[in-house]
Design a protein around this ligand. Structure first.
Ligand SMILES: C[S@@+](CC[C@H](N)C(=O)[O-])C[C@H]1O[C@@H](n2cnc3c(N)ncnc32)[C@H](O)[C@@H]1O
Length: 523
């Protein structure tokens, strides 16, 4: 690859460098760092209070023997009193949209809050040094090569975004351009210009997004120059990352987050660790590597629905010499867990790190039925996590640790790590869910599926009902011979209690599907 020192951006709007020590001149327009003017200690105090307010009632209601631990902030002094330096340069992934402005000029920067108007940003103090300069230089390279920028409102033009990922423990940089279509004029000249932006660029990739959407990435990607993946390290592992696979943006705090998760797993020799929503397999592999270094061999299973994430995870297992005892599966986490629970698969420790929407009731139900000794729930949205923790509690899990981590200084976002253990008094029970024939995967469907019953109840009563509630009622009415609480040795007190309105709604669905007669309300 050609090597040249970084460009100097010569455009008017880009010549005045933002001092990362002073106030940010585009803070109001950009809206990305709403707390930038608040001293860092105050930010941490606010986050701590918000988490105590959120999880306090849950801890009190369930009479849990834990409290919200002090938020792990950035910087060595984050836990002490006194002034804490305001974190800078911690975002190792940055993106810029592009738009044409005037004759052969391309604007780069951020979309002004709630609009498609681009605010020029010569430098950004929360991004890793050099990241913004690379993004702005992509616009200059496109101008030089006559690559038209995309017009959001008209859906025409070519160059939509650029995304840059800067290594944390390595000096590698991956640059991905997002275009409306694959074909580009002056293709070779443009790739060379991109490679020449910064000597650290080891990969130039192209992602194609033809859709009129606010999502940055489209479904198709390929490498234009350099290697297929960039390398970085987290804790004791090396990771190879594809252009579109998920990889955390704040690596310094990711190590704090992962270490808390690993400590919470308390892995023992021979354990099976299931890492759900595993991305490129980073949490599970860091845990397996740390255990291995301590002479504790475990088996690791990762579940992820992003094809590229799974491909990277398989490759990363090889890179970290963990492939004999690890497997990564491309699947929807809920569907996988339901099948695994039905097959009676064994898991000792479950780690889950779902997206902001949180996990699903069906995932949690199946997870509880599999009865792992520990569950470590890492969350980027504590509000959906709190909702899910209530379901885990109903399934017999007690939270023993709750630690917030500040992954996104200058914003109100907090990530959290919850460690749960299984209550000793909870007996295992048989897991019932949609059978393969009910899913239309074989055999003739004669009865309504659990899913059909759930959909009917949601549509006609506006209620979400779990398959365990349906199974419970089927068992009570003698409608299902596949499952019996008696056989599962589950006493009446331990069975899930279906609220009366849900019970009526399920009975209505049974009537609708002809499972019980019109006048059969109770048996
Ligand atoms: C917050 S990220 C965590 C990734 C990884 N644990 C890490 O720390 O890098 C959430 C991941 O869940 C994946 N995901 C989202 N929905 C999913 C689903 N229904 N089933 C499986 N994976 C899913 C996303 O592709 C993403 O990789």
């Amino acid at each position: 690859m050609n090597r040249r020192l970084p460009h100097t951006d010569t455009h008017d709007h880009a010549t005045s460098k933002i001092s990362c020590e002073g106030p940010c001149p585009v803070m109001r327009a950009c809206g990305g760092c709403e707390w930038l003017n608040l001293p860092y200690r105050k930010q941490l105090t606010r986050k701590q209070h918000a988490m105590e307010e959120l999880f306090g009632p849950l801890i009190a209601e369930l009479d849990l023997d834990c409290s919200v631990e002090p938020v792990r902030g950035m910087g060595a002094n984050a836990g002490d009193t006194g002034k804490i330096a305001s974190p800078r340069g911690f975002r190792h992934k940055a993106a810029s949209p592009f738009a044409p402005t005037g004759k052969n000029h391309i604007a780069s920067g951020f979309f002004a809050r709630g609009t498609h108007r681009i605010v020029g940003v010569p430098d950004c103090c929360v991004e890793a040094p050099g990241a913004r300069a690379i993004l702005n230089s992509v616009a200059r390279a496109a101008e030089a090569c006559h690559i038209p920028a995309y017009e959001e409102d008209q859906c025409r033009g070519l160059l939509r975004y650029a995304i840059v990922r800067m290594g944390y423990h390595t000096d590698e940089v991956m640059l991905t351009i997002v275009t409306r279509e694959r074909r580009m004029p002056h293709y070779r000249q443009f790739i060379t210009a991109l490679q020449n932006i910064d000597e650290r660029i080891t990969i130039v990739a192209q992602n194609i997004n033809p859709k009129m959407t606010n999502a940055i990435l489209g479904g198709e990607s390929h490498i234009l120059a350099g290697r297929a993946r960039m390398r970085d390290r987290l804790l004791s592992c090396t990771f190879e990352i594809s252009p579109t696979a998920f990889y955390q943006t704040n690596p310094e705090q990711t190590e704090v987050l992962y270490q808390l998760a690993i400590d919470g797993m308390d892995l023992k020799p021979g354990d099976v660790l299931l890492d759900a929503y595993c991305g490129s397999g980073t949490i599970g592999m860091c845990a397996a590597a740390e255990a291995k270094a301590a002479g504790v061999d475990i088996t690791l299973l990762g579940i992820e629905r992003n094809h590229f994430g799974v491909r990277d995870a398989v490759r990363n297992a090889e890179v970290n010499d963990l492939c004999d005892r690890s497997r990564f599966i491309e699947a929807d986490a809920t569907e996988y867990l339901q099948h695994a629970a039905r097959r009676g698969e064994h898991v000792d420790v479950l780690a889950l790190d779902p997206p902001r929407a949180g996990s699903t009731p069906a995932f949690i139900e199946a997870a509880c039925a599999m009865a792992p000794r520990r569950i470590v729930y890492i969350s980027c949205n504590p509000y959906t996590q709190e909702r899910d923790l209530r379901l885990f509690a109903q399934g017999g899990y007690r939270m023993i640790r709750m630690t917030p981590v500040d992954m996104f200084p200058h914003t109100s976002h907090v990530e959290t790590v919850a460690v749960l253990t299984r209550e000793k008094s909870v007996k295992s029970y048989a897991y019932v869910n949609i059978s393969p024939s009910e899913l239309g995967m074989g055999g003739k469907v004669k009865k309504p599926t659990y899913k059909q019953i759930q959909e009917y109840v949601l549509k006609n009563h506006g209620l979400k009902v779990s398959s365990l509630y349906i199974a419970n009622l089927k068992d009570e009415l003698g409608l299902d011979k596949q499952f019996s609480y008696e056989e599962a040795e589950m006493s009446a007190e331990k069975r899930p209690k279906c609220p009366p309105e849900k019970r009526e709604a399920i009975l209505d669905a049974f009537r609708h599907f002809g499972l019980i007669g019109e006048d059969e309300t109770e048996k």
